[in-house]
Design a protein around this ligand. Structure first.
Ligand code: ATP
Length: 230
């Protein structure tokens, strides 16, 4: 579904991605693991076209996106949930849900979104500021489902959340996969990633240094610990 080949990204003079190549097959959950500063967020931002400069190739269902203006990329069916979530604190849950434009046919109806996130339905009139970190994360994911995105880029959705909430996020990601969504997930928590993903890419210093199918993760634990410094 998504094919990234020899991707380079730059912030001004600073060259931060050095030839990243990865594949996200349709219907799979793929993770991007790596230490802080490895270039995971920059990879997602490059896919969305929101870095100052990128070179190489990023194909979404065959369409080349390098060279496209950033506003055209969501229309190809790619949705991005950034680490900072971007919930509007003065708006309530339902208003936040209605904000992103539906850019493609096939976006989920609000009632279907509430079926997937029953806790958001209960809180539909609560202001953004009143939501817990977990609820904000759920809302950030829920919101992107309205747009018609079929490939979801999730940047560290479990960061800073309590274990019970992390499990809830895991359940949502599994349900989205079962509904046919394709997911590229940036994670530091590889134990969480292992419960969801089909394959894992490992990044170091702006490069992909390994790809581990999930069924081989246990056998490669030692290697993974070295990469992640845990
Ligand atoms: P983290 O988990 O800390 O977000 P990451 O793997 O997502 O780590 P990136 O945020 O992609 O890493 O950062 C990759 C490199 O690019 C780092 O060296 C970082 O300092 C640099 N970088 C990130 N954003 C910018 C920016 N806006 N301007 C300049 N350099 C940046």
């Amino acid at each position: 579904m998504l094919e990234v080949a020899d991707l380079h990204a730059f912030y001004g003079e600073s060259h931060v991605l050095h030839g990243v190549s990865l594949t996200v097959p349709k219907g799979e959950v793929v993770t991007l693991l790596g230490r802080n500063g490895a270039g995971k967020t920059t990879t997602l931002r490059s896919i969305m076209g929101i870095v100052p400069r990128r070179d190489g190739s990023i194909r979404m269902e065959g369409t080349e996106t390098v060279g496209l203006a950033p506003h055209r990329i969501p229309r190809l069916g790619i949705g991005f949930v950034p680490e900072e979530r971007g919930i509007f604190s003065s708006l309530d849950v339902e208003e936040n849900l209605m904000l992103p434009p539906v850019v493609r046919p096939g976006g989920m109806a609000v009632e279907d979104i509430f079926r997937l996130f029953p806790n958001l339905k209960e809180r539909r009139r609560s202001q953004g500021t009143k939501l817990s970190g977990g609820e904000q994360q759920m809302l950030a994911i829920a919101r992107i489902l309205r747009t018609g995105a079929t490939l979801l880029l999730l940047d560290e959705p479990t960061e800073g959340l309590a274990p019970v909430i992390v499990q809830q996020i895991g359940r949502v990601i599994r349900e989205l996969k079962a509904k046919g969504f394709t997911i590229l997930l940036v994670e530091q928590n590889f134990r969480f990633a292992a419960t969801l993903a089909d394959r894992h890419y490992v990044m170091e210093d702006g490069r992909i240094v390994d790809m581990i199918p999930n069924e081989q993760l246990e056998a490669n634990m030692e290697r993974l610990h070295e990469y992640l410094g845990v």
